[in-house]
Ligand binder design. Structure first.
Ligand code: M6R
Length: 606
């Protein structure tokens, strides 16, 4: 969703701002803009891509302080007028904002009654006018006063013409990071924008503000209590946010999986004890083992990972495990108490619904854990303990490597907890060894990419597709369908294979491609029966299978073979051909793979 960048120092601000906005493109946006301050404030904005903004910029931009924004429309359509930065009526204040001001309608009415003229349909513009109204020579004080008037979520950055070189930032709900340099300082909503510029960052917490000057940053609460900043070091991962030789980030990230999977278990496999070491759980393990129920909560792809986790944890721990959409969890007064462990799963660590679900679970006394990718993210900080998946920055909007790493970590968690409970050494050791061998098997699947590209062309002309799987393959079917619809805009549904005959079978004819996930497990024969049912109705089938025997070859239009593995690891292997299928179909249909329409990488609004 929306992105924020800011710079103040001795260098020209616009190169950092434009590069930063480009790096934040992956979050999803529909317009962009920058404001530069020197003797006055200059604003440039454009609808659409960053390149549209770049074309509008004058050649010479000498200002050494500025803020920039990519907008993902919430209030008001994508347009130049609604793009940030917004200006106050007197033109002296420039402001960018991520989040939603919930009471903006009443504030807007009050401002209009006072004679302010609204130039946009956004909730944000009121903040700029309010700051003008409260400004008495001190921007920090004016921002503080205005934040006392608003409710909702925000990450804001503000400049005032009378205070050149200064940016005032504040956070409530939406992420903001301050980058510390020498004689220059930075601001961003996402660490990706700061990589290669500074490694020392301060992550603002809700209710905190920063006054950023070239030689100093002062931190305080919105209530004006001075704060000592906690500086953390940003691991420089610039090469991991470049596409390299790949045409798209999504393809690069799919091909990175042998490495990201092994990064997820690196240092965590204890072969001699047949278990896993997860240091982030050390402080909570006793309490976790006392819990009599686990709730996994997440959104989108992470929710599909949770469904796989449910099968694994319940199977091996023999305690009830449920999966909840985070967006529903907090609104339905769930039954949660101090004996419940709520585990939130999130790639970004920023998803507003997931964060809200965690807060609700904490309020009810649950043990709250996080499985996320982004180190130091809001979700990581909200957890009592947790496990990072270490997949590295994921830039493609469609989640791929984060999904497989989430499954690896859920497997590690299952092994660790089951070994404490009832799993024997040899079963634990077998799983640990299987995990160790997984990257090579993933490599084998990726070697078939050319063939998968050929098979994918069969799907490209269609408007619908059905994905079927049983047991652990059902969440994989859901994930395969989500990937296809997200980036190729083909309507796709995932179904438990046995449910097909209770309704969706009515859809099957020669125009309905059906992708069947059929690894060799206890469900194999049953899934093959479902495949027969599809074939009998002329459906076109692509089967992901561990054994491409003659029977299967005769039944399916196409078979994609994956290596044999322990059943709980087969979701990782079978999801990779599905990722490749969606990628190649999207490319064949000419879609914008890395930035699909209407989607945001981090969904920071509820
Ligand atoms: O960052 P999170 O894992 O919390 O994000 C959750 C979903 O928004 C995300 O998985 C979304 O469904 C992706 N676009 C899937 O590819």
């Amino acid at each position: 969703m929306c992105g924020i960048v800011g710079y103040t120092g001795k260098a020209k601000a616009s190169p950092f701002l434009m590069e930063g906005l480009k790096r934040l493109e992956y979050r999803g946006y529909d317009s962009a803009g920058i404001a530069l301050s020197d003797k006055g404030i200059e604003i440039h904005r454009a609808k659409g891509k960053i390149d549209n903004l770049r074309q509008k910029l004058p050649r010479e931009l000498k200002q050494t302080c500025g803020i920039g924004h990519t907008r993902w429309a919430t209030h008001g359509k994508p347009s130049e007028a609604n793009a940030h930065p917004h200006r106050s009526q007197d033109g002296k204040v420039a402001l960018i904002h991520n989040g939603i001001i919930e009471n903006y309608a009443s504030l807007r009415t009050e401002l209009i009654e006072l004679g302010f003229e609204m130039k946009s349909e956004t909730d944000t513009e009121v903040l700029a006018h309010l700051i003008q109204k409260c400004y008495k020579g001190d921007l920090e004080a004016a921002v503080r006063e205005v934040l006392g008037l608003v409710t909702g979520a925000y990450g804001i950055a503000v400049m005032h013409e009378n205070e050149p070189g200064r940016i005032v930032a504040a956070k409530m709900g939406s992420p903001l990071i301050i980058g510390l340099g020498t004689g220059e300082n930075y601001l961003a909503s996402d660490r990706t924008a700061l990589m290669g510029h500074t490694q020392n960052v301060v992550i603002l917490e809700d209710g905190e503000m920063a006054v950023i000057d070239p030689d100093e940053v002062r931190f305080s609460t919105i209530e004006a209590e001075a704060l000592d900043p906690q500086v953390t070091e940003l691991k420089d991962e610039v090469e991991r946010i470049e596409k390299g030789e790949f045409p798209h980030f999504m393809l690069k990230e799919i091909f990175e999986q042998p490495r990201t999977i092994s990064d997820s278990f690196a240092g965590r496999l204890l072969s001699e004890e047949g278990t896993a070491h997860l240091g982030g759980l050390d402080n909570v393990i006793d309490r976790l083992m006392e819990c009599d129920r686990i709730i996994l909560t997440a959104c989108g792809t992470s929710w599909h990972a949770a469904l796989v986790g449910e099968y694994m944890l319940e199977e091996y721990l023999r305690i009830p495990v449920e999966v909840e959409y985070a967006s529903e969890f907090r609104y339905r007064n769930p039954v949660v108490d101090e004996n419940t462990a709520v585990i939130a799963i999130s790639q970004s660590g920023e998803t507003a619904d997931t964060l809200a679900a965690m807060k609700e679970a904490k309020r009810k006394g649950a043990l709250v854990l996080g499985i996320c990718n982004r180190v130091g993210s809001a979700i990581a900080r909200e957890s009592h303990g947790g496990v990072y998946i270490h997949a590295g920055p994921e830039i493609g909007v469609a989640s791929t490597k984060a999904f497989t790493s989430q499954l690896v970590v859920l497997t590690l968690l299952t092994i660790k907890l089951a070994r404490i409970r009832s799993m024997g050494f040899s079963e634990g050791k077998n799983l640990v060894d299987e995990l160790r061998g997984l990257p090579d098997k993933v490599e084998q699947v990726l070697k078939g990419a050319k063939e998968i590209e050929r098979i994918s062309q069969m799907l490209a002309p269609h408007h619908n597709a059905l994905y079927l799987g049983r047991g652990l393959a059902f969440p994989v079917a859901l994930e395969g369908a989500l990937k296809l619809k997200e980036i190729s805009y083909i309507h796709a549904e995932g179904y438990p294979a046995a449910e097909m005959k209770h309704g969706p079978i009515a859809l099957i004819d020669e125009n309905m491609p059906v992708i069947v996930i059929a690894p060799s497990d206890d469900n194999y024969e049953k899934v093959i029966s479902n495949l027969q049912e599809v074939r009998a109705r002329s459906g076109k089938t692509i089967v992901i299978a561990t054994q491409a025997d003659t029977k299967l070859q005769e039944l399916a239009d196409e078979v994609i073979q994956i290596p044999h593995s322990h059943p709980i690891l087969s979701p990782i292997l079978s999801s990779i051909p599905l990722q490749l299928i969606s990628y190649y179909v999207a490319v064949a249909r000419g879609c914008d793979v890395d930035q699909p329409r209407n989607l945001a990488k981090s969904v920071t609004v509820e």
